[in-house]
Design a binder for this molecule. Structure first.
Ligand code: NAP
Length: 460
């Protein structure tokens, strides 16, 4: 849609340049109103979890980057990198420069298990591991000497991590991981990956495509104990069970009936086991699991019977968790910003109307929790933008007197080392060139200071 000529542009700051933030910018740009959207990120790179969350061997999923790139090139949309909300720009600063602010900061933290040994070295969270192998600046490598890795959780992130460690260096050679991550993987010699799943085969949160991929990996054998799947054989599933559930329970049943392949790397699915302790003195050495039975209400109860699996690396992949956003209300139970159709409110509860925070909105995982696929953010952002535009129409947004570039002058006056879109384009070109030299499509850069040297605009 083209904007009416001569209309005063609606200026919006979007905090976070992951899919939720970029789809928000896109919905604004396509709204038919003249807009000026600044998409602000704490890193000099855009794309959030598409760049630092989607597994490095899933380049096809990352092809969405092309669409996100086009949005950031749309006239009226501007990328501001290496700029930290709450420090370089506070909420008050933003409200002085933008009538509307959309928070799309995702869910960067992990959820805790609350079991003994959880903080032993060698016990790491999925967000930490994923950030590291994706080359996120500032991330730390997990201990890599493990022969046996346990991954707790039955979501696609757990499956990604299991697959990445099962593939090892050779299987990841053509991915876009930074050179230091490729180097580190050369020392990885994992022989066993254990997926620890507290419920049964019909309750996993994997998707069939990703699950099937596991059994197709060269040199990897999938192991499922026949007794584990017998409880929920596909034939006994209720008639209303969804197709993906049927497909996956059938896959598990097929694997349970298969003879061992003798493959050098084994991936074992342990159903109806919950972790009760991580064992080790100064480092994780094993994980104690308790066998569970379905409780008839969708959950499980422990049987008291335990078993121990050796594991020198334990990855807790039990879901991401939102982080509080400075100066804004936060719902600790859901780890999201309380909102009504995207408009942030001071308090919320069932049947309780919250007090609005004029001009502050939310989109993505920090709005709805860490669920859904990349595309889910499109409808989510569209809802937020509808609310924002309705508020603009009804005069609920406070006008600002500052020029658009006043925010840049403010950053300059504070000595903030912000980067712009051309900085990302230079980084992008440098990564493509590094990839070309190594015979890959791309090799990411992962060291912030090096990245900033490339992305920084020469100051006058
Ligand atoms: P998720 O899908 O919510 O899965 C979390 C898993 O952790 C569930 O199996 C859950 O089991 C388990 N869990 C939670 N608390 C636990 C505990 N205390 N002990 C043992 N297990 C526990 O989360 P995710 O894997 O982090 O994925 C996040 C989102 O990103 C999802 O929407 C996912 O589909 C998406 N994603 C998609 C792709 C892809 O499409 N390729 C790739 C990666 C991520 P219960 O079910 O029993 O609670």
């Amino acid at each position: 849609m083209t904007a009416a000529p001569g209309a005063v542009p609606l200026r919006v700051a979007v905090i976070g340049s992951g899919p939720a933030g970029i789809y928000t910018a896109d919905a604004l740009a396509k709204s038919g109103r003249a807009v000026e959207v600044d998409v602000i990120d704490l890193l000099p790179t855009p794309y959030g979890l598409v760049r630092y969350g989607v597994a490095p061997d899933h380049q096809k999923i990352k092809s969405i980057t092309r669409t996100l790139h086009e949005v950031l090139e749309t006239p009226g949309v501007r990328f501001l990198g290496n700029t930290r909300y709450g420090a370089d720009l506070t909420l008050d600063d933003l409200r002085a420069h933008y009538p509307a602010v959309v928070i799309a900061t995702g869910a960067p933290h992990d959820r805790r298990l609350g079991i003994v040994g959880e903080d032993l070295p060698g016990s790491v969270s999925a967000p930490e591991v994923v950030a590291w192998y994706s080359g996120r600046p500032g991330s730390v490598a997990p201990p890599l000497h493990a022969r046996s890795v346990a991954v707790i959780g039955a979501g696609n992130v757990a499956l990604d991590i299991a697959r990445v460690f099962a593939k090892g260096s050779a299987g990841l050679a053509m991915t876009d991981m930074p050179e230091h991550v490729h180097d580190a993987f050369r020392s990885v010699a994992v022989t066993d990956v254990h997926l620890v799943i507290r419920r049964g085969p019909a309750d996993v949160k994997f998707t069939p495509l990703e699950l099937r991929e596991m059994a197709a990996l060269p040199g990897v054998g999938v192991i499922v104990e026949p007794a584990d799947v017998a409880i929920e054989a596909a034939a006994t599933l209720p008639a209303e069970a969804k197709r993906p559930v049927r497909t996956m329970t059938e896959l598990f049943a097929t694997w349970a009936g298969a003879a061992p392949t003798g493959a050098p790397v084994r991936v074992t699915f342990h159903f109806l086991r919950r972790p009760v302790e991580l064992i080790g003195t100064d480092h994780v050495e094993a994980i104690r699991l308790e066998r569970c039975v379905p409780d008839g209400a969708g959950g499980v109860t422990g049987t008291g019977e335990t078993e121990t699996i050796p594991a020198e690396l334990v990855v807790r992949s039990v879901g991401y968790r939102g982080a509080p956003v400075a100066d804004l209300p936060f719902d600790q139970a859901t780890a999201t910003l309380p909102h009504q159709t995207g408009r942030v409110v001071r308090s919320a509860g069932v049947g309780v109307a919250g007090v609005e925070l004029a001009g502050v909105y939310v989109a993505g995982w920090i709005k709805r929790g860490p669920t859904g696929v990349i595309g889910t953010n499109k409808a989510d952002a569209a809802e937020t933008v509808r609310t924002l535009l309705a508020d603009a129409e009804s005069g609920r947004l406070r006008p600002v007197s500052e020029e658009r570039d006043a925010v840049i002058s403010l950053l300059d006056s504070r000595g903030v080392d912000y980067t712009l879109w051309d900085g990302w384009l230079r980084l992008d070109a440098a990564e493509l060139e590094a990839g070309r030299l190594a015979g890959r499509d791309r090799t990411k850069l992962g060291e912030l200071e090096h990245m900033l040297r490339i992305a920084r605009r020469p100051r006058q």
